[in-house]
Design a protein around this ligand. Sequence first.
Ligand code: COI
Length: 355
Amino acid sequence: MLDIKVERTNEPKKLPEKDNPLVFGTIFTDHMFVMDYTLGKGWHDARIIPYQPLCLEPSAMVFHYGQEMFEGLKAYRAKDGRTLLFRPDMNAKRTNRTCIRLCMPEIPEEDFVQAIKELVKIDEAWVPTKEGTSLYIRPFIIATSPFLGVRPSHTYKFIIILSPVGPYYPEGLDPVKIWIEDEYVRAVKGGIGEAKAGGNYVASLRAQVKAHEEGYSQVLWLDGVHRKYIEEVGAMNIFFKINGSVITPELNGSILPGVTRDSVIRLCKDWGIKLEERKISIDEISRAHKDGLLEEVFGTGTAAVVSPVGHLRWGKDVMQIKDGGIGELSQKLYDNLTGIQLGNIPDVHNWTVEV
Ligand code: COI
């Protein structure tokens, strides 16, 4: 158990107005959690302090070789006033898998969850209550050793910041348009694609900018070897409903193992829907669309929740799904998932954790 020192701010910020649209990732709460790591000493000096800039050496290794990881989860305000986290143990486990891949020190799962709970408790007033909002939690670890040689850092900071958010996409629950990328790739098996590393996201930017210029919200990645099999979307995993079956790419070493992905798979299985985790090629999607069998497409992610896709573009092939409207299953999954997260639907899997 961590001994977390707390220094409260003397200058609390004004909470966002109730009708503030809470544009994703733009507002930060009053406090942050910080813990240091030193080789030979381990993690130490856990503290909650006022939200403030960091002071780092320009030679800190994170600035040069990108030794950095992050996580994303949310806290929700239930009708009865409780504040609920959704499956924080999954983020703790994924953090440690990422840390192993990036040669960073692991954090005991219970310490990770305790730090989140204590920070959220202190800034509980920032958990928004309006429908479709939540408190986004961003834990991250950075390499801080002042050194320009290429090797793992000897010192790190584990930091958690909080941000009240509305929907990730300006479209909200309206279907998004997705560009299928066939020039750039995001990751390959053996690389860091399945780790929650900032490097995966910078690798995605060039294609995302190109997609934005064409009027698309996000990029759907194909595998880096055959340029044929579906991997994931910029900030989400992806699901297809074809002729009654739900299909999502299997976790193959280059895809992020999403917490929402796992939860959606579980819900579909609970409801007796045929669900396959397997390789799925872009040709299969295109064929299903031509045959009128591509019933729904949706992305899943902590930030994106369940986001319907209304439009896919692969070269000259433009696929309109559900006449651009939201599908029945996408809506049901969104309603059930957010219902569980908000404590409105029985949580039979024990996914929610009270702060
Ligand atoms: C999340 O859904 O929490 C993510 O980490 C995606 C992020 C890049 C916005």
